[in-house]
Each structure stands twice: as C-alpha cells, then as structure tokens.
Ligand binder design. Structure first.
Ligand code: 4NP
Length: 164
C-alpha cells in the first residue's frame, strides 16, 4: 500500500504547520487511514527550533479534540526534499523559500512544493494567513482554513491511490 509522505511548512513551525499536521492526522485517523501517511511539519525560519506549538495554536486544536502539544519546531532542510513526496507551504512566501531551496538542490524537487490552500479551491483563499501577531480569532480562522484544505488533500491523496 502506498505511503504518502507529507510535510507541512510555515514560517515559525509553531502555529500554522503544526496545526496542519495535527488536523490532517486527525482526519486521516477518523477515516481509518492514518497508517498510510507519514506526516511532519517544519518552518522556513529557525527562531523557534525546539519549541512546542504556540499556546494559542494548542488551544485552538484542543477545542477540536486535537492534541498538538507533543510537536517540536524544526527548520526545513535539503533532506526533506528526499524524505517527503509532497511539501505543503502555508503561504506564498514560504513556498518561494522552498522553491529556491529546491532549485539549489539541482534535481526536480520544486514540483513537490505546493500551496496547501490549492486543495480547498472552494474557499477562494490562496494562503493560510500568518496568525502570530493577532489574537484567538485569527487562530480560529486559520484552523478553519486548514480543515478545508486538509479535507481536500486527504480526498485527493486517497483518490490517487486507486491509480497506483
Ligand atoms: P507560523 O507563525 O509561521 O504559523 O508558525 C509564526 C510564528 C513565529 C513567527 C512568525 C510566524 N515569528 O516571527 O517568530
């Protein structure tokens, strides 16, 4: 059976991408397909390496029955382009950093980088906004958007399996 290796990437790896990893994992578990996915998250920046997710992100996840408190931030690196088959950027600025990194690696890794919100076209929203300098409402908006994209991505990946 196919294993899907998915990496979620934002700037700090303490707000959006830990939520994306947690929400996607929760949906996959609910669908009984968690064993088909290898999930992780990382940041393009290094300021928060080793930190747990932001308390506001932990609270927004916990309110939906999702525990992300065990995650620790790390920075994305070249090895991630070998390890993962899809790298999901939360916003365009994250995607651009990843495309530049992929370009330096010399292989066709850039095609692995996609904007996460591409998987929720019905929202009309292209990026998950950075909630770091806002309040709790921003985190509710972020987790809602992430939920939409996670649903779309899970359906897309499971549909693709029948073509393996
Ligand atoms: P994230 O949010 O990229 O969703 O984890 C941020 C976290 C930290 C910072 C910026 C955004 N920061 O500037 O430290």
């Amino acid at each position: 059976m196919a294993t899907h290796r998915l990496l979620f990437v934002c700037l700090g790896n303490i707000c959006r991408s830990p939520l994306a990893e947690g929400v996607f994992g929760h949906l996959a578990a609910e669908a009984g397909v968690a064993d088909r996915f290898e999930l992780d998250s990382a940041g393009t920046g290094s300021w928060h390496v080793g930190d747990p997710p932001d308390a506001r992100a932990r609270r927004a996840a916990a309110a939906r029955g999702i525990d992300i408190s065990g995650q620790r931030a790390r920075q994305v690196g070249p090895a991630d382009f070998d390890r993962f088959d899809l790298i999901l950027a939360m916003d365009r600025s994250n995607a651009e950093v990843l495309w530049r990194l992929a370009g330096r690696l010399g292989e066709d890794h850039a095609a692995k980088v996609r904007l996460f919100m591409e998987f929720a076209p019905e929202t009309g929203v292209g990026e998950v906004p950075d909630p770091y300098y806002g309040g709790a409402a921003g985190f509710e908006r972020v987790i809602d958007l992430i939920g939409e994209a996670a649903h779309g991505l899970l359906a897309h990946r499971l549909a693709g399996e029948s073509k393996d």
